[in-house]
Design a protein around this ligand. Structure first.
Ligand code: SF4
Ligand code: SF4
Length: 415
């Protein structure tokens, strides 16, 4: 589900808002003792390790029994903004000439409905900015009539009352709006002048309309706004938001070219500590950290409702703007395995996704000798660096460095 920037909206479990969780997850969640619970000394750490061990076996089962439950449609790579951190480098003058027509999209989804059952697959509409497609709600109205539950991620810029009514008519269930700062200045610095007011208005319009099953605000955290966490929390609570997801910026697309963006280890740890503390009291607003990567003991299941896993190609597939079929729209295009203009999603799902389901090829670079590879599997595929053959980021390593820094400052050893 491309919420860093307009693109990375996050994983299935984060934005489906209403799909049932797998049985294994439920059991593990119940055994955990609730979200946000601190590990209690040696016993707590042993319990953590046991749960991660159990989770590892559950993940292995999922990878050997793939089941499509979440499908992205990258509606366009066009965008009405040009955010500094955009993971897919979208802008107003993106070349859209090869994008799927409404008829092509509908035909592909009609086939998905026949092959997988529309009601069993949540459809996440992403971009670019989906609202720049003039036929968006015509297509989605017809797609919803096939039975697909669906949701959208948007920067909010183009939302007016007409759009709200069109999305209601097309049976949209969930919406993710990006808001990236506590103040107009902070958000607009990232996304462009006037964008804060438009995003806030969009939230308010949909809140007033009251038909959505889920309305989530997503915030990309980077070095310039990491100090605004508490102010953003207060602001969103005041605006009546009930679900806030934070993601840390990652080095893809335009963000890769911004030296001062990426969080330092201590800042990542501070962010996770903030989320973990807020989750001890989930009212008035639920806060979670995006499924950005494996965090290891101490944070897994404490900063979000589930343990980390990248389900690209295992539970998730995507139809890209040009018709490409891949495990997730956020991963390198070299992993595209076909095109709906020539092949069905089912054909690719059954015969083209081996690389997603056996991640042993990702055991290289920093991951080669890692004892956590069995559960982490090389971290999120959107962080995979095809050039260097390793993850662009290892959260476990960053957190270890943060703990070492803290210990040095205290004059002790990291715990
Ligand atoms: S690559 Fe994996 S972790 Fe990243 S958004 Fe896609 S499914 Fe989620
Ligand atoms: S080194 Fe690789 S496998 Fe190990 S925790 Fe980091 S990203 Fe995951």
């Amino acid at each position: 589900m491309s919420p860093t920037g307009c693109k990375r909206i996050g994983c299935a479990r984060e934005v489906s808002l209403g799909l049932k969780e797998g049985a294994g997850r439920g059991i593990l969640a119940a055994s955990h003792g609730g979200i946000g619970v601190e590990p209690a000394g040696a016993w707590g750490r042993a319990k953590d390790r046991f749960q991660l061990w159990a989770w590892r076996h559950y993940v292995d089962l999922e990878f050997t029994h793939p089941r499509l439950s979440y499908l992205f449609w990258e509606a366009t790579l066009g965008c009405n903004l040009a955010c500094r951190h955009c993971g897919s480098d979208c802008h107003r003058s993106s070349d859209l000439s090869n994008e799927l027509s409404g008829e092509e999209v509908f035909a592909a989804l009609e086939q998905v409905a026949k092959d997988f059952g529309a009601r069993k697959v949540f459809l996440a509409v992403t971009g670019g900015e989906p609202l720049v497609r003039p036929d968006l709600f015509d297509v989605m109205g017809r797609v919803a009539a096939l039975g697909f539950p669906w949701g959208m991620v948007s920067n909010g810029w183009a939302v007016d009352d007409r759009v709200v009514q069109a999305s209601r008519k097309a049976c949209m269930r969930t919406l993710v709006i990006s808001l990236d700062g506590a103040t107009r200045e902070s958000h607009d610095w990232l996304r462009g002048a006037g964008s804060f007011d438009r995003a806030v208005e969009a939230i308010e319009r949909y809140r007033r309309a009251g038909f959505l099953k889920g309305l989530q605000v997503t915030t990309t955290i980077h070095r310039r706004n990491v100090g605004e966490m508490q102010a953003m929390f207060d602001d969103l609570v005041r605006r009546g938001v009930r679900d806030w997801r934070v993601v840390s910026v990652f080095p893809n697309g335009r963000a890769r070219r911004q030296d001062d963006f990426l969080l330092q280890p201590s800042e990542l740890k501070g962010l996770l500590d903030f989320v973990r503390d807020k989750r001890l009291h989930p009212r008035p607003m639920k806060v979670s950290y995006g499924d950005e990567g494996y965090l290891g003991c101490g944070y897994e299941r404490r900063v979000r409702d589930f343990y980390f896993e990248c389900l690209a190609g295992v539970r998730i597939a995507s139809i890209l703007a040009d018709g490409g079929i891949s495990g997730c729209p956020n991963i390198p295009r070299s992993l595209v395995q076909g095109n709906v203009r020539q092949r069905s999603v089912k054909d690719v799902w059954e015969h083209g996704f081996g690389k997603y389901r056996d991640r042993s090829w990702m055991r290289q670079g920093a991951c080669a000798a890692c004892r956590d590879f069995g559960i982490c599997k090389g971290n999120s595929m959107h962080l995979w660096d095809a050039e260097t053959g390793g993850p662009k980021l290892c959260h476990v390593d960053m957190l270890r460095r943060a703990r070492e820094e803290e210990a040095r400052e205290r004059g002790g050893t990291p715990c």
